[in-house]
Every structure is written in C-alpha cells, then in structure tokens.
Design a protein around this ligand. Structure first.
Ligand code: HAM
Length: 428
C-alpha cells in the first residue's frame, strides 16, 4: 500500500479542487442573484473576531462556543476566534458602522468559510462555507416568511426536490423564562431517564434537551410541555402570521415543537430546511435560521429587530455533484468548442482566435501545449464539444480555419475572420 503523503489537509478541512469549482460557482451565482432580487447587498466581515463577540452573541453554553470554537491569542494579547458563524460578526458591523441611522430595514448577504471544531462526518466539516442572509430593523412577520421563501427559491432553482421546511416559535424574553422553568421542572422529575448530556443541560440550557437525538431521551421529550402552548400574545400572533404567509406562498412547512436551534440568540421564529429522500428520510439540514430581536442590543447596539438564516454550501454542492456526472463547466454546458492547432505559426493564429471566442462569450477549451492533432481531438472528445476548430499550417497561411463537426467528422473550411460568426450560428 502506498504511504500517505507527509502533509495532508487538517482533519475535517478540504481543498476545493478545480473540478469542484463549477458547483460552488453555480451555487454562488444562483444564491447571490436570488438574494439581490430581494434587495440584499453583499457585506464581508473578517474571518476572525474577538472571541467574546461569539461567547456573548451565540451563547456561552452553546456547543459552538463551549466545544467548537477555534480560539487564538495574538502576540499583542488579543483573544480572537475563527468565526463559527456569520450572524454575530455582521451584527457587530451593523453596530460599529452606525447603520441604525440609515433607513431600515437593511438586508445583507455574505458568503465565505466558517470554522467549527466538530467531529467530522458526512456533511459535517471543520471548515465549511455558508451563504448567509441577515435583515436588520424589520419586526414584521412577513420578513420571517420571506427569508424562508428566498432559501426555498434558491434550492428549487438548483433543482432540489422533496424540500421540507420545519418551523417553530421559541418565544421571547417575555414568555420563554416561564416556559424554561416549566420545562426544567418537568425534566428534573424525569432526570434519571435522560442521557448524561441532557442531565447537564437541565440547568444550563433545558431547551437543548428537546433537540437531543439520543434514543433514551425520546420518551421524555414526547411528553414534555411544548413552548407553542406557552407563548405570550405578541409571540403567538407573530407566529400565526408567519404561518399564514407560508400558506399564502404555498410553501411546504411542518410544525416541529422540538426545533430549538443550537444558538442562543433566537427569539420567536426558528426554522430549518431539509431535503427528504424518496422514502421520507430526513437528510442533514441545508438551511437554518430565525429571528433574533435581542442580539443587537445584547452586543451594545440600539434595540433592533432582526432575522436571518444561512445555507450550508458543502451540503448543497454535494447534492449538485452527485446529480451531475459531468466533470467540467464546459462539459456541463456541452455547447462550447475545442480549438486545435498544428505548428508554431498556427499556434499564434489560434491564440488570437481564442481571444475573439472569449470576447464573443463562446466557451472554448484548448490544449496549446500539444502538437499532435490526434491527441488534441481525443481531448476534444473528452470535453464532448459539438465542434472543434482546427488551424494547421495550410489554414494558417490561408487565414482560414476548419470547423469539424465532432458527431459526423465532417469538416468545412471558413475564413478566419468569419469563424466566430459561423460558430455562433452553429451553436444556436
Ligand atoms: P446553523 O444552523 O449553525 O446556523 O448553520 C446553518 C447551516 O450551515 C446548517 O443548516 C448546515 O447546512 C450548515 N452547517 C453548519 N455546521 C456545519 C458543518 N460543521 N459542516 C458543514 N455544514 C455545516 C447558523 O450558523 C446561523 N448563524 C444562521 C443564521 C443567520 N441565523 C440567523 N441568521
């Protein structure tokens, strides 16, 4: 067996190789154009932030902060963290740049890598990417529904099928403390039937017990009081309105009373979007988000309602990849040309033609390093292009080019200055 190389990417982190790039680009161009349509502007924040921003924003007792954050001490003594999510950083930017003075709401999208030191498994990495949306200064329930709609649209535009939206409301600072007490009293009475993690959670964060996947905890969960029965009037009507909007938009949602999400800043609406297999089995969540009306104030800003969500890009790309067996962007388009050349003079003419094809936005592949026509035609076959353009010695001298139909093998000679127009016509 071959020895593994001395250096490998860190555990749970991956190279995004050239063959994967078209999928990431496809995702990004779809997501950013849908978000742009709904009035979102791009914002970029640093990959590191003060660690305290996350412990305060996301929550000290969350898995993300407690177990998964990569932290570092700088030479100057600052305590920083690689960002495990976008929301806290984008909120910090909103406060720092005084954006509450601008006309509200403000809508931002971001795309980039995040870091969580989780146990790597399928669809779960230590460095991964999110496409993230945040809206500041909008308390109306229509925004919660619209966020769901946007991510649903992105996924359906990428041809995802069998999508399911799970939704819940986890109340706010008015009604949640009472529910938490009720829940922790109930959990205490069933403590011996809970897993070790959940026994610890009763005190710190009883809501997280509802989200436990351990077999042992399921019967306890099933009889637990449900938060929707204990929402205060404003939270109840907000939730009702969100559901009415989803009905209006014909979005396929399901109420999940156990959905609490693993980040502490949420208030009212929380949701996740999944894909289900034909057999109705739920795959890992593709999108997660909700409302977080208390976060901006918690981080030192003015009272500002806010909501947002993020899609896990690797999980989406994996599905796109599995669906498409084709390997390059050119093959995916299946409508480009290959440019073959023979000899030094022909190569010079080809370089010029290549530029003209690029300007005309015709996808074109080449292998200028090869001189054998046979090899170049073999490469053209691999790209599955319908036409190959050939410039040999004779064509170079005559300022012409051969257009070879790759299916029939038929070749026509056209003048070099007519080549782009002729190819455009044939590719239509
Ligand atoms: P989250 O649920 O932690 O929410 O992450 C959102 C999505 O990122 C998940 O649904 C999943 O697709 C993906 N994801 C999370 N962890 C990993 C991982 N280790 N490997 C691969 N993919 C992963 C948030 O991060 C919130 N900040 C979303 C939000 C924005 N809420 C309001 N605004």
């Amino acid at each position: 067996m071959a020895k593994p190389p001395k250096f490998q990417a860190p555990t749970g982190m991956h190279d995004i190789l050239p063959e994967d790039q078209p999928y990431f680009q496809k995702f990004y161009s779809t997501a950013s154009s849908v978000a742009g349509f709904y009035g979102f502007d791009k914002i970029e924040t640093p990959i590191v932030e003060e660690a305290e921003l996350f412990s305060k924003g996301v929550g000290m007792s969350t898995d993300i902060v407690e177990k998964q954050m990569y932290v570092l001490r700088t030479r100057g003594g600052d305590y920083l963290a690689l960002r495990p999510e976008f929301t806290a950083g984008v909120s910090r930017a909103y406060i720092e740049h005084g954006m509450f003075n601008l006309p509200q709401p403000l809508k931002f999208y971001s795309f980039g890598p995040l870091f969580r030191s989780e146990r790597p498994q399928a669809g779960r990495y230590r460095q991964f990417h999110q496409f993230n949306l945040e809206v500041f200064g909008e308390q109306n329930s229509v925004m919660d529904a619209q966020l769901i709609q946007i991510f649903y649209n992105i996924l359906t535009e990428l041809k995802f099928k069998n999508l399911v939206i799970e939704i819940n409301s986890i109340g706010d600072s008015q009604c949640r403390p009472y529910y938490k007490k009720l829940l922790s009293n109930y959990l205490k009475s069933r403590e011996s039937s809970l897993c070790a993690d959940c026994r610890r959670r009763i005190k710190q964060n009883p809501l997280r017990v509802l989200d436990c996947k351990e077999e042992k905890c399921q019967p306890v969960k099933a009889q637990a009081p449900q938060i929707v029965d204990h929402l205060c009037e404003p939270c109840k009507s907000h939730f009702k309105e969100v559901l009415e909007f989803l009905d209006e938009l014909d979005l396929p949602y399901r109420l999940n009373p156990y959905l609490v999400r693993g980040l502490d800043y949420y208030t009212k609406t929380v949701f996740e979007i999944f894909e289900e297999t034909e057999e109705g089995e739920k795959m890992g969540s593709l999108v997660g988000g909700g409302r977080y009306d208390g976060l901006i104030r918690l981080l030192g800003g003015k009272d500002t309602p806010a909501c947002g969500a993020a899609a896990g890009v690797e999980r989406i790309v994996e599905t796109l990849k599995a669906r498409s067996k084709k390997e390059s962007s050119l093959q995916q388009q299946g409508r480009g040309v290959f440019l073959a050349q023979l000899g030094g003079f022909a190569k010079r003419k080809s370089l010029k033609l290549f530029e003209e094809l690029r300007k005309a936005k015709i996808p074109v592949a080449e292998s200028f390093g090869r001189d054998s026509l046979k090899t170049q035609l073999r490469i053209a076959d691999k790209y599955q292009v319908p036409y190959t353009l050939i410039i040999g010695q004779k064509e170079a001298l005559e300022d012409s080019v051969l257009i070879r139909d790759m299916k029939t093998g038929k070749q026509d000679s056209v003048k070099l200055d007519r080549a782009v127009a002729e190819i455009k016509k044939r590719l239509k």
